[in-house]
Design a protein. Structure first.
Length: 330
């Protein structure tokens, strides 16, 4: 075997191994669209980090695809990349909707960002090479502008990730205070309709959270879903609620750990208790953590892995509003 043939053989083997490696990486990334990932109860930080996978997958896969067609014109390559993104991205969202996940147009936007980045990188390389031959500096400037534009759009798309990280750090710093509502971003930790910050009835700090309760549904309430999960070492949970109405309101609490949420979500597998809020005054609801711990039937609620704190009313005859402030562990 000649030295030239030997060298060509090594190159062929290297290219084959490289192609197989890329295929393996892209296959694993593709499967992650359907296997694993955050659950409904996962933290916003984890969910937003996971969503970056759309950008990564479509950047890598689109680039590999257009490299295969690199001898085609830039216009054809652009149509190939855009068509690939639209068809595969839509197919992924459709298939996800069939396995219990929801379709998300924002995911399609992230797919488009990944494809855009792949096309821009290819354009950048192509135009840089072309500039050397034609010396047209405006093309080099265009490629740089497109690259900066793409990176900027991807950075802007990470706004929710940055916000989620900030809220998580703030929650960790404020602990054992679970909520004091002195920052508007705190509302992202809550799930419920018609929740807003208010300076009308405040116990501590600048704001409280106004929660509007509807008489149109049997149960109306709200839930603190994203909070520090380890409550061990504390004795009481204190919830301060102001009832601005003349009449009393019956408010019920439901408190759960992740074992409840991810497995048996029955009523008897969490803490449940109702309280009466007197009219035109603050009510200080104090719950012993021992009572919370011993509330599930047949097991102890895991105070080191807490998940949700919910409050709700039932059977209201008229719409009501209440105010929450300074929810803390003692």
């Amino acid at each position: 075997m000649s030295a030239v043939n030997y060298k060509n053989g090594l190159i062929t083997i290297t290219l084959t191994l490289s192609s197989l490696l890329w295929l393996l990486v892209l296959s694993i990334l593709f499967l992650l669209f359907f296997i694993g990932g955050p659950s409904y109860y996962s933290s916003p930080v984890y969910k937003e980090f996971w969503n970056i996978g759309h950008i990564i997958f479509f950047t890598l896969s689109t680039y590999q695809l257009i490299i295969f067609f690199k001898k085609k014109s830039l216009l054809i390559i652009t149509f190939i990349g855009a068509g690939y993104c639209l068809i595969l991205g839509s197919a992924i969202e459709f298939l996800q909707s069939k396995i219990g996940r929801s379709m998300d147009l924002h995911d399609l936007y992230r797919d488009a960002l990944g494809t855009f980045l792949a096309l821009v990188v290819f354009y950048y390389q192509y135009l840089q090479h072309k500039d050397k031959n034609t010396n047209k500096k405006h093309q080099q400037t265009l490629s740089k502008f497109l690259l900066i534009l793409c990176i900027t759009l991807i950075a802007i798309d990470q706004k929710r990730l940055v916000q989620a990280i900030q809220v998580n750090l703030q929650a960790q710093n404020n602990f054992p205070i679970l909520a004091d509502f002195d920052n508007s971003d705190e509302l992202t930790q809550w799930q419920g309709k018609n929740l807003s910050l208010s300076s009308k009835h405040v116990l501590t700090g600048l704001f409280s959270m106004k929660a509007e309760l509807s008489a149109k549904t049997k149960y109306s309430g709200f839930t603190l879903k994203h909070m520090p999960s380890n409550w061990e070492g504390y004795s009481y949970l204190l919830i301060n609620i102001y009832n601005p109405n003349k009449s009393t309101i019956k408010i019920c609490t439901k408190i759960s750990d992740f074992k409840h949420d991810l497995n048996n979500q029955s009523y008897n597998n969490r803490f449940n208790k109702c309280f009466t809020l007197s009219g035109n005054q603050w009510s200080n609801i104090e719950i012993a953590l021992k009572d919370i711990e011993n509330s599930p039937k047949g097991r102890k609620l895991d105070l080191s892995d807490m998940s949700q704190l919910g409050l709700f009313t039932s059977g209201l005859k008229n719409d009501k509003a209440i105010y929450l402030d300074s929810i803390t562990l003692l």
